[in-house]
Design a protein around this ligand. Structure first.
Ligand code: BG6
Ligand code: MG
Length: 224
């Protein structure tokens, strides 16, 4: 029997829009103010993980940095978010990545449920700025989960809210932590990026313009 998925769950940053770049710039600015320097290779580790976890990873890069109190770390995380908010001010529907709105339209035509599975506290505001909120039946952001990616909770929370079995869900992610979370949830994982960073994706595309509905379904059915 041919299986058909019931839901698509989208990551936001780096999948729906290129805010992954803005997170990178904002963290880089904060880190350099602290005398810490990191490159894009290290930044891959920050993708998909929460604001505080990202800060901890950056601070761990320099063992000579004195330990910060929780209060100080919260101030640093807030400062990074202020830099980030400045960068996303201009976000509008022209910032939707290629292929994404077409895929959302296909999802709806096929009567599938659509959810967001994001680690970002800013996710609902960004979806609004992009004019995409109306496509989403359910939104999971950082406020809805206790354990962030790579824990599967972000994605299982979305599927539970939609009332859909995990193996009937397809998730799209640009982060290794996100692919790991999807795989742990037993969902079909679609990676956007390169094989070096996302070796465990069930199906990998190089960029969002290659996210073609029929092709994704074909790959999902091959695995089922
Ligand atoms: C994820 C991004 O979606 O959200 C991370 O991939 C980011 O880079 C995380 O740190 C948390 O985002 P925010 O907006 O809550 O600081
Ligand atoms: Mg992402």
């Amino acid at each position: 029997m041919t299986r058909y998925p019931q839901a698509f769950i989208y990551d936001l940053d780096g999948v729906i829009t290129d805010t992954a770049e803005f997170h990178f710039f904002a963290w880089k600015k904060l880190a350099e103010e602290l005398g810490i320097f990191f490159d894009r290779q290290f930044n891959e580790q920050l993708k998909g993980i929460s604001r505080m976890d990202s800060l901890d990873r950056i601070l761990n890069l320099d063992p000579s940095i004195p330990a910060f109190s929780l209060e100080e770390k919260e101030k640093l995380a807030t400062r990074k978010n202020e830099y980030y908010l400045e960068l996303i001010e201009a976000v509008d529907p022209s910032h939707i990545l290629p292929g994404i709105e077409a895929l959302l339209i296909e999802n709806k035509k096929a009567n599938l449920k659509v959810a967001l599975g994001s680690a970002s506290k800013n996710a609902p505001a960004i979806l609004d700025k992009l004019g995409l909120t109306g496509y989403f039946d359910y939104i999971v952001d950082a406020s809805k989960v206790k354990r962030g990616k790579p824990d599967p909770e972000t994605f299982t929370t979305a599927a539970d809210a939609l009332g859909i079995a995990y193996w009937d869900c397809i998730g799209i992610e640009d982060a290794a932590a996100g692919i790991e979370a999807l795989n742990k949830a037993k969902m079909f994982s679609v990676g956007v990026g390169d094989a070096a960073h996302l070796p465990h994706a069930d199906y990998l595309v190089g960029n969002t313009s290659e996210l073609v509905f029929e092709k994704i379904i074909e790959q999902y059915q091959k695995k089922s």
